[in-house]
Design a protein around this ligand. Structure first.
Ligand SMILES: [Zn+2]
Length: 110
């Protein structure tokens, strides 16, 4: 019985006392304890040990979102979502060109 998840995989973790599972990132596997080390988002311990039954792979799909700025629909790819979760970032609410425009404005102002 080996490990099912690899380092960097995104998982849904049941958190005691919370209704919704948290999205965690697999940091490693402890063969002796047969558990994963998982990093959970903001404010929670950096690493928690979890039994194999308590973690579930997070399945990401490309989603269509509406841009806050221009109101146009854009595609948020599964890979972009995974990047945000891994880095602990919020999912973008703006389309690519609005994000690019915002970054250019900040750079100019600095
Ligand atoms: Zn936009």
């Amino acid at each position: 019985m080996g490990r099912k998840m690899r380092d960097g995989d995104l998982v849904l973790v049941a958190v005691a006392g919370e209704e919704h599972p948290a999205i965690g990132v697999i940091l490693g596997w402890e063969p002796e304890d047969k558990c994963y080390r998982v990093r959970l988002p903001g404010g929670r311990p950096e690493e928690v040990k979890l039994g194999r039954r308590e973690v579930k792979r997070l399945e990401l799909r490309d989603v269509v979102k509406t841009c806050w700025t221009c109101g146009r629909e854009f595609l948020l790819l599964a890979g972009e979502q995974a990047f945000c979760f891994r880095e602990g970032l919020k999912l973008p609410g703006r389309c690519r060109s609005c994000r690019k425009a915002a970054t250019a404005t900040i750079t100019k102002a600095a």
